[in-house]
Design a protein around this ligand. Structure first.
Ligand code: DAH
Length: 363
């Protein structure tokens, strides 16, 4: 046992301990200094603690007195310590608030920000028009079986669309896999896999062996629609297309259906939009020609029709009970008309300034 100095437990000695502790606390000007003062004057090795330990060595009556004095001393020291802790804490907080003050009015420099591609945004907008009516979004692969891309849709084996000059085949040719030339194979997929009735839209990429210029890109996007239900007529198709058109271009938009031929619909039509630029005023008016509609008064938007019963039959659907309609239009074309984006190439280049320039698209 290391011998310790017998502690001085006299009233004067204890008063001195208290006075020294209080002076040290008052002199401390930071949390760290106060911590040191606390260790020195109230810690395990402090005179106070040593004195406390020595009490046991005193004879009975003295022990009681000394105990009371020490108790009072410890209370005084602890009170002073807490008060000083509170003071220093408040002062330090005050100083931190000053030091860490932020000027929220200073201009900030943000890093470059990306934007959603307008085609992606438009696909969502168009799909939402149908989701709001309770339709579903269907998907299919971009590398598609030739049978689904053509045969199931009633294209004859010698149909020119199958030529390698129009369609990109995935090598080797005998695998009969093409990069889908339209989103219509998703019609066949939906009929083969879904329960009736069917109400689906299918947005997606399609591929054609086209040159890349201001009005053509070899990869573009279409939105396909398909309904198969009981009692479906051409009137349902017309109403649906009008609803999509007014959702995309505003309430005043006019559409028309112009007879056409598609192997998978019968009757078939192309759907046109009234020219946004001349509103038809250029027709038969050589003095005011319109470049947008080539003075036709209408611009082609997509194809549509009543689903050919041969297609329903190929997909195992009873044509005595069910009928349907389908449509498909270019999403790039829709963007061109809707947002006055004249050059297809802007849509492929991925320049964020193009995305930002189209109001309401780069959400
Ligand atoms: N698949 C056609 C195309 O790419 C567009 C089309 C026409 C889709 C008529 C249809 C439709 O669903 O009924 O040109």
């Amino acid at each position: 046992m290391p011998s310790e100095q017998p502690a001085d437990l006299s009233p004067a000695a204890i008063d001195r301990m208290v006075a020294e502790a209080l002076a040290a606390f008052a002199a401390a000007s930071s949390g760290a200094e106060l911590k040191a003062a606390r260790a020195a004057h109230a810690g395990e090795r402090s005179p106070l603690s040593l004195a406390n330990r020595a009490i046991g060595t005193l004879p009975g009556p003295e022990r009681k007195d000394a105990g009371q004095r020490l108790g009072a001393a410890r209370a005084a020291i602890n009170t002073a310590l807490s008060a000083r802790e509170a003071e220093i804490g408040a002062a330090e907080l005050q100083q931190r608030l000053i030091d860490e003050r932020i000027d929220v009015t200073l201009p900030v420099e943000l890093g470059p920000e990306g934007a959603r591609h307008p085609i992606t945004a438009l696909i969502d907008l168009m799909s939402d028009v149908f989701l709001d009516m309770g339709w579903e979004v269907a998907e299919g692969p971009e590398a598609e079986g030739e049978w689904l891309n053509f045969d199931a849709l009633n294209f004859t084996p010698e149909h020119p669309a199958r030529f390698t000059s129009d369609t990109l085949f995935v090598a080797p040719l005998e695998n009969h896999v093409v990069l889908r030339t339209h989103t219509s194979p998703v019609q066949a997929r939906s009929m083969l896999t879904r329960e009736l009735p069917i109400y689906v839209v299918c947005p997606g990429k399609v591929y054609r062996a086209d040159e890349f210029d201001a009005t053509h890109v070899p990869v573009f996007h279409q939105l396909e629609g398909l309904v198969v239900d009981k009692g479906i007529t051409l009137a349902h198709l017309k109403g649906t297309l009008d609803h999509l058109a007014s959702s995309m271009f505003g309430d005043g938009i006019e559409t028309r259906m112009r007879p056409h031929y598609f192997p998978f619909t019968e009757p078939s039509a192309e759907v046109d939009l009234k020219c946004f630029v001349c509103h038809g005023a250029s027709v038969g008016n050589p003095d005011a020609p319109c470049r947008t509609c080539k003075s036709q008064g209408w611009i082609e938007w997509g194809g549509c029709g009543v689903v050919n019963p041969r297609v329903l039959t190929a997909c195992g659907i009873d044509t005595d009970v069910y009928s349907g309609f389908a449509f498909g239009m270019g999403i790039e074309r829709t963007l061109m008309f809707r947002n006055n984006a004249a050059d297809m190439r802007d849509m492929v280049e991925g320049d964020v300034r193009f995305s930002r320039s189209l109001k309401g698209m780069a959400r």
